[in-house]
Design a protein around this ligand. Structure first.
Ligand code: ME8
Length: 519
């Protein structure tokens, strides 16, 4: 189905599609939450957003896991894909399509892309012999592997076992794209950020590119190669193509494709940047398609600094974290605590500190104290301000300026900086509230009290609007408490003022403190 053409600017953002060979972990949740905050931000900022996520169901890793578990690979894929989709729902991920690479339209897209690469003269049949890591679904040269003391050979970078592979395979002429790729990184640095990741990729490509084996004959769990069904496509050709399938490829004349391709932003983790910023643009160049505008690479999440692993026993189910801390606290913590683009760590102590200091004290208390005073002293209506003092004006100016700062940060995917700026204004507002002492003014100068409360509510309103992408539920609750209707919640509403005399519902706390459960 094609979307109705929209006058609003389009924004197409994707996450990586996960392997459903197991259940999702916090690293996946982190990627979905950050991408969701970006998608929600753009919607509130007036964009026609298409946000896609999903599962990457083919390949040897899936096949081998199914054999090990004694289940049909289709059942394994379906069962775990459902777990990913359920996680998205539990995290309030506002995706527009959850794509599965076993979806019917995806086969056609893969085969059309393949055909285009054939027509470009970039695919040829030959024999591959080399090292393959099933866990990475990646080929390595001998130089990229090391032999352990016990004789097992590992991919040096990822420390996953590799196996010798020899088979008839189709190759993609990746070597022919070296110069064009280097020119891309050079002329458009925004294509790949952060810069540290770009530097790694530039030196990898400068080191020389070998042609890439892009089909397999030793198993059949994949998309058949057009005209040679003995071969299935290498899972990464299939996987990357999902970004095209989602917007209607191969129907490049469709309204959807016309409006949404090229993608504006691919959000991915640091272990798959080579696939997205070397292979993917080369495939697209070969097929004569436009390149995604930007790939942003986030870091890895560690449990107290340690890699999550089943053997260490520190793999945390993200659903349990939602249960324990609440969804918005988890979303806020991950986006505020970790510099987006760098590795980060989580721990119970760090989460509780953010919940109590940032959410409960800085935002929750401010809203609760000001709204309670208004309920008691201002007839439960937005108070009518008198003339604004210099302090009032200065504070409101800072709140008004937030949108521009936060937008610039979001456009660079500096989500942590956006939140830092909002909390800096909350810090100022708390200081303002203490200095103005509205509870004293209540007796000495009620008109001035009304002005102080009005100013405070106005900052809380602006903050409530701006935190919605990160904390959709809590942002909405704050705006409910301020009597703001559905049409007063997007970023355009920041340019207005809260209306004096507007009736307010009874105040209620939005961010209760985290209290350790009794043991
Ligand atoms: O790589 N912290 O799937 P995947 C943060 N199917 N992010 C993490 C992480 C961690 N500890 N562990 C994994 C695949 N990720 C392919 C993608 S896209 C066309 C195909 C991220 O399930 C990882 O970097 O192994 C990737 O972006 C996503 O989770 C899915 O990983």
């Amino acid at each position: 189905t094609s979307p109705a053409p929209s006058s609003r600017p389009s924004f197409y953002v994707t996450t990586a599609i996960a392997y459903p060979n197991g259940v999702p972990h916090v690293g996946h949740a982190y990627e979905y939450i950050s991408s969701d905050a970006i998608a929600r931000f753009k919607r509130l900022d007036g964009f026609d957003v298409f946000f896609m996520t999903g599962t990457d169901e083919h390949g040897l890793k899936m096949q081998q896991t199914a054999v090990k578990e004694g289940v049909d690979v289709r059942d394994l894929a379906a069962r775990n894909s459902d777990r990913f989709e359920a996680l998205d729902k539990a995290l309030d991920i506002s995706y527009d399509r959850f794509i599965r690479t076993t979806d019917e339209d995806h086969t056609a897209a893969c085969q059309a892309l393949w055909q285009k690469m054939v027509e470009a003269g970039d695919i040829y049949l030959d024999t591959y012999s080399g090292w393959y890591s099933v866990r990475d679904e990646a080929f390595y040269t001998e130089a990229e592997t090391t032999v352990e003391e016990d004789g097992t050979r590992l991919a040096t970078e990822t420390r996953t076992p590799v196996e010798w592979t020899e088979e008839s395979t189709y190759f993609f002429k990746l070597s022919a794209y070296q110069d064009r790729l280097l020119a891309l990184y050079e002329s458009d640095p925004g294509f790949l950020e952060p810069a540290t990741r770009r530097n790694e990729i530039v030196s990898f490509v400068k080191g020389g590119l070998k042609d890439l084996s892009i089909s397999r004959t030793t198993f059949d769990w994949g998309v058949p190669v057009p005209g040679d069904p003995e071969h299935v496509m290498y899972v990464w050709v299939d996987a990357l193509t999902n970004y095209l399938t989602g917007v209607g490829y191969p129907d490049t004349e469709s309204a959807s494709f016309q409006q949404r391709w090229p993608a504006d932003l691919h959000i991915i983790g640091k272990d798959i940047s080579r696939f997205h910023t070397v292979f993917w643009p080369a495939f697209l160049m070969s097929a004569g398609l436009e390149l995604p505008k930007r790939v942003f690479v986030h870091g890895f999440l560690y449990n107290k600094g340690e890699k999550m692993s089943k053997s260490v026993g520190n793999v945390v189910d993200p659903l349990e974290m939602v249960e324990q801390y609440g969804l918005d606290a988890l979303r806020f913590f991950l986006l505020r605590e970790i510099s987006f683009g760098q590795d980060g760590s989580y721990s119970h102590e760090a989460i509780v500190t953010r919940m109590n200091a940032d959410l409960s004290n800085e935002l929750g208390n401010l809203a609760q104290r000001s709204l309670t005073m208004v309920a008691k002293n201002c007839d439960a209506q937005v108070p009518t301000p008198g003339e604004l003092s210099e302090d009032d004006e200065a504070l409101l100016a800072k709140a008004d300026a937030l949108l521009e700062t936060v937008r610039a940060d979001f456009d660079k995917q500096a989500l942590h900086l956006a939140l830092e700026s909002v909390w800096a204004v909350l810090g100022e507002t708390n200081r303002y509230f203490s200095q103005q002492e509205p509870w004293v003014l209540r007796k000495t100068d009620p008109a001035r009290m009304a002005t102080v409360l009005y100013t405070t509510l106005e900052v809380v309103r602006i903050v409530g609007i701006l935190v919605q992408p990160v904390m959709p539920g809590s942002g909405a609750r704050i705006l409910d408490l301020l009597g703001q209707g559905p049409d007063a919640r997007d970023f355009a509403a920041i340019g207005t003022r809260i209306v004096a005399g507007h009736p307010l519902p009874a105040p209620a706390p939005v961010f209760p403190r985290y209290v350790e459960p009794e043991t």
